[in-house]
Design a protein around this ligand. Sequence first.
Ligand code: GDP
Length: 200
Amino acid sequence: SQIKQVDFVKSSSKAKDCPKDGLPEFAMLGRSNVGKSSLINSLVRKKEVALTSKKPGKTQLINHFLVNKSWYIVDLPGYGFANAPDAARMDWSSFTKGYFLNRETLVSVLLLVDASIPPRKIDLDCANWLGRNNIPMTFVFTKCDKSKASKGNRPDKNIKDFQELIRKNYREPPPWIMTSSVTGLGRDELLLHMSQLRNF
Ligand code: GDP
């Protein structure tokens, strides 16, 4: 399940412009600053791969990276920019929702959620939308190495709270993995999970 080769294939501005070779793909999604670039870099062990546009208002693209010439990691634009103009938020939702609803080769969305902070509305909204639309997904909790025990704000509690808050929108509780790009926690588990879903 290890990653031996990664090739950037293309950036697309619409779901219909994405690669049409039928290879399976995993879409990585999360709030800006959730740790998505760090996680992608830790998965591929390469520094220069995740080249996402982080600035609000800039053109937001769907980036396809071909892994081992056989499947894709798709880097989607981050949501929830604190200072984004309303127009940029609207763009994000119509364009990314189009991708989720129309992409037949999508094996699973990996929804990244920061485990070092209590559940946020924007992440819950996103998780609930995916659940209500029956889009296959896996929760990938990031920054699990961070703990602020003094505030009673521990990753395991945040994760449990998050799952309870979204439960009613899912038929089955989605799989979830705890990760840290600092310690490498969950890296192999996530790679194995993706390989099992591809071969299912
Ligand atoms: P992105 O905007 O989602 O691509 O987030 P980045 O990967 O750029 O990370 C945002 C910030 O969180 C940076 O300051 C990272 O150093 C930090 N960060 C990312 N992953 C982790 C992690 O697993 N643990 C800790 N402690 N910090 C992290």
